[in-house]
Write a protein that binds this ligand. Structure first.
Ligand code: HEC
Ligand code: HEC
Length: 323
């Protein structure tokens, strides 16, 4: 056999062994592989992870959630109860207990039904951060809702109202703002914890942008409150899509405790549509040149294809006279 082919064979074999053998093995040793639960929020993982003294309480909680999920909710009655939610969740909401309540405009679209039921029953338990509140959940910033809306039928009605409310299609950015950006900024997406960065102008004479400074100060205050509430400032998520695999992100968002036991990041209860939109936004900001690359791809391939044919024809014509 000719020598070049042998060398090629050896190089190819080594590359494949590294790619399929060594790399996955090293990876599996360095990162625990976590299986997702297909965005089903029924407490299975919570009960498994729970310490002995908490197991029974978690089992009871999630079985009650399951019972409420069976009730038929009345969206009209739910709208009246929703007024209590809107007391905190509205456009003018400001920081309370460390965090600003998010808009619920698309809550019915991006969050799972079971999760929403669990959240109204007991926010700390639903978001799997109950370890932060050893003495009950009233200290969770949304905790008081459990005493305001506690009858199973009332909970079913509010959730039916959220699910029935059609707020138009949710964009990736809206999904991110509603589910994540009260805690996480996204610099490349021009988002802070207070929402979109407003357009301001600097003074022509001094070069200073007073409005922007005032805004930055408000953001700093919000971030300090968040750090007090969560133990640290949640990281900016501009390029997390490039730093972490999609599998890591999805399983982490589904249940942060599965990869970072004890973390203060709550489970956000996204359903498939919500997860898809949030991931789309993270990809968009983390890899802004992706669409341009995808567009250029076929042209580059086409160029090489035509170039190959031309090179071949040229070679043929050069060698014709030599034979
Ligand atoms: C006392 C104020 C208050 C009331 C009343 C309240 N919430 Fe909240 N809610 C909050 C705060 C604060 C947060 C953010 C908590 C956090 O991020 O730790 C929140 C978060 C949420 C979230 C986002 C959870 C996630 O998945 O990330 C949803 C959904 C929600 N609330 C729904 C409701 C519904 C539905 C009601 C009414 C039944 C309601 N809230 C009533 C304060 C409130
Ligand atoms: C109530 C605040 C809060 C919300 C809402 C929240 N997070 Fe977090 N997140 C945190 C905190 C706190 C950390 C830091 C965790 C730690 O180090 O313990 C974190 C960490 C992360 C990390 C970093 C993981 C790593 O290892 O680098 C990712 C990714 C993440 N969050 C994604 C999201 C996404 C996506 C959403 C919305 C669907 C979201 N978070 C909503 C508080 C939040």
């Amino acid at each position: 056999m000719n020598k070049e082919l042998k060398i090629l064979g050896v190089v190819a074999a080594f590359t494949l062994i590294l790619y399929w053998g060594v790399e996955p093995f090293a990876h599996s040793q360095m990162h625990k592989h976590v299986e997702g639960h297909n965005l089903v929020y029924d407490g299975t993982a919570d009960i498994e992870e729970a310490s002995k003294d908490k197991k029974e309480a978690k089992k009871k909680f999630w079985s009650e959630v399951k019972e409420i999920a069976k009730l038929k909710g009345d969206p009209v009655a739910g709208e009246a109860t929703y007024a209590m939610c809107a007391g905190c969740h509205n456009e003018n909401a400001t920081n309370m207990g460390g965090v600003t309540p998010p808009s619920l405009e698309h809550a019915g679209t991006i969050y799972d039904k079971n999760f929403l039921i669990a959240l109204i029953k007991d926010p700390a338990m639903a978001t799997n951060v109950d370890h932060k509140y050893p003495n009950g959940t009233m200290t969770h910033p949304m905790g008081s809702i459990s005493s305001m809306v506690s009858a199973p039928q009332d909970i079913a009605n509010v959730v039916a109202y959220l699910k029935a409310k059609k707020a138009g299609e949710v964009t990736p950015k809206e999904a991110f703002i509603e589910a994540c950006s009260r805690c996480h900024a996204n610099r490349y997406g021009k988002l802070t914890q207070l929402g979109e960065i407003p357009k301001t102008k600097s003074n022509i004479k001094t070069g200073q942008d007073i409005e922007r400074m005032k805004y930055d100060q408000k953001v700093a205050q919000e971030q300090n409150a968040l750090a007090d509430y969560l133990g640290k400032l949640p990281p900016d998520l501009s390029i997390i899509y490039r730093a972490r695999s999609e599998h890591f992100l999805e399983t982490f968002i589904e249940n942060p405790q599965s990869q970072l036991p004890g973390t203060a990041m709550p489970r956000t209860g996204l359903n498939h549509e919500g997860m898809e939109k949030v991931m789309e936004y993270l990809e968009e900001t983390g890899d802004p040149s992706a669409p341009a690359r995808a567009l250029a791809g076929p042209w580059v391939l086409g160029f090489f294809f035509i170039f190959t044919i031309l090179a071949y024809l040229w070679k043929q014509s050069q060698w014709r006279d030599l034979h």
